[in-house]
Design a protein around this ligand. Structure first.
Ligand SMILES: Cc1cc2nc3c(=O)[nH]c(=O)nc-3n(C[C@H](O)[C@H](O)[C@H](O)COP(=O)(O)O)c2cc1C
Length: 365
């Protein structure tokens, strides 16, 4: 199945502009998501075996999730489980609907198996996403796995009003998802990453928790470009603001060295880089966060995961769950299942019974 994707489907998809290919793939899955029979067929082919994990009080059928940005409009909610994912982070969703940056805004760096994007939180806004989620719930196709929502700041909202903007989205979405991720790390909304500053972030967390009467897990997603000192400052807020975990990491503004002129041209594009070149740095960030918290804070590892080996690297560094985006673009729909099966093999060869036993096992003093 992976062979079919790499030799036939991927070359066809890669003839299209990157965003168009992405939109047609999500549209196809949205179509399948509305038909129980088709959904069942997809599940038969791509569904993953159980590899349970319990993290921040939620039960996950397997530790491999879909990263934010792939399904920004909650278009294919039931479909991701059929593709083997154990959770989905929808969004980024902002309070105000917004078109994002002008296209082209998504570029493949094929030789490096990477993507650069400067989408800029194109989305239909929190109210429209809430309506869409209500429809999925009524349809009876709601997945058994946890659903997360990635919250971003509306571009028109000034930084000093960011807390209110995030809290507005949270208020209308909080009963429609299982966990929430505060995204202050996208490089594509002007000055957004300044909100990773301790005081600004504290204000956002306070605003969200004041609306969080049902105790939904609230996590924060960090940039791979932060220094360890800046990460440590964020960690100081975790206890006081009851933060359930950290998603590490978002895309990077750094670029790899390359002598290839075609790649140099792509790497000159403004935006965040994801995929293989991000793998090592995001694992470094996970390793640091795990050590600093003595393994007590749940981490979701994301960045450059293409295989079970890559997922295992993040798990033994300290990630309780992992997520993928760019890997799915290059490896195709069989990817989640392959990773889950590979993780089962890795667990048994390491002599572990559960994923929880493996978390951080190569990162302890
Ligand atoms: C086109 C695109 C859009 C993205 N949109 C979001 C987003 O809205 N919110 C967010 O937190 N991360 C977003 N991301 C970042 C991913 O969730 C992920 O953190 C990053 O791509 C690294 O993982 P990967 O190497 O598996 O792609 C986006 C990534 C891509 C490629």
């Amino acid at each position: 199945m992976g062979w079919l994707h790499k030799k036939i489907i991927r070359p066809l998809l890669f003839r299209q502009d990157s965003e168009r290919a992405h939109n047609s793939a999500v549209r196809s899955l949205a179509f399948i998501s509305r038909d129980e029979f088709l959904l069942g067929c997809v599940k038969k082919i791509f569904g993953a075996p159980e590899l349970p994990a319990e993290v921040f009080g939620l039960k996950f059928p397997n530790p491999v999730g879909l990263a934010a940005g792939m399904d920004k409009h909650a278009a294919a909610v039931p479909g991701w489980a059929a593709l083997g994912f154990g959770h989905v982070e929808l969004g980024g969703v902002t309070w105000h609907a917004q078109p994002g940056n002008p296209p082209p805004r998504m570029f493949r760096a094929i030789p490096d198996e990477a993507v650069i994007n400067r989408m800029g939180f194109n989305n239909s806004g929190a109210l429209a996403v809430a309506e869409k989620l209500r429809k999925w719930k009524q349809s009876g196709g709601w997945p058994a796995h946890p659903i997360g929502i990635n919250l971003g700041k509306s571009k028109i909202t000034p930084l000093e009003n960011a807390a209110e903007d995030y809290a507005n989205s949270f208020r209308v979405l909080r009963d429609l998802a299982d966990f929430f991720v505060v995204n202050v790390s996208s490089p594509n909304t002007p000055n957004l990453r300044q909100l990773q500053d301790k005081a600004a972030l504290d204000e956002i967390f306070a605003a969200l928790q004041s609306q969080n009467s049902t105790g939904k897990p609230i996590l924060v997603k960090v940039a791979p470009d932060l220094t360890f000192e800046a990460l440590d400052e964020i960690l100081e807020l975790v206890g006081p603001r009851n933060i359930a975990g950290i998603v590490a990491t978002n895309t990077t503004i750094a670029r790899p060295q390359t002598g290839d002129p075609a790649l140099q041209k792509i790497y000159a594009e403004t935006g965040g880089l994801s995929g293989k070149p991000l793998r090592a740095r995001s694992t470094e960030v996970i390793r640091h966060l795990y050590r600093q918290t003595n393994g007590k804070l749940p981490l979701i590892g994301v960045g450059g995961i293409f295989s079970a080996d890559n997922a295992w690297e993040k798990i033994v560094a300290g990630a309780s769950l992992v997520q993928v985006y760019t890997g799915l673009v290059y490896e195709g729909p069989v990817m989640a299942k392959k990773i889950v099966c590979g993780l089962q093999d890795k667990l048994s060869s390491a002599g572990f019974k559960t994923i929880a036993e493996a978390v951080g096992s190569k990162n302890r003093a």
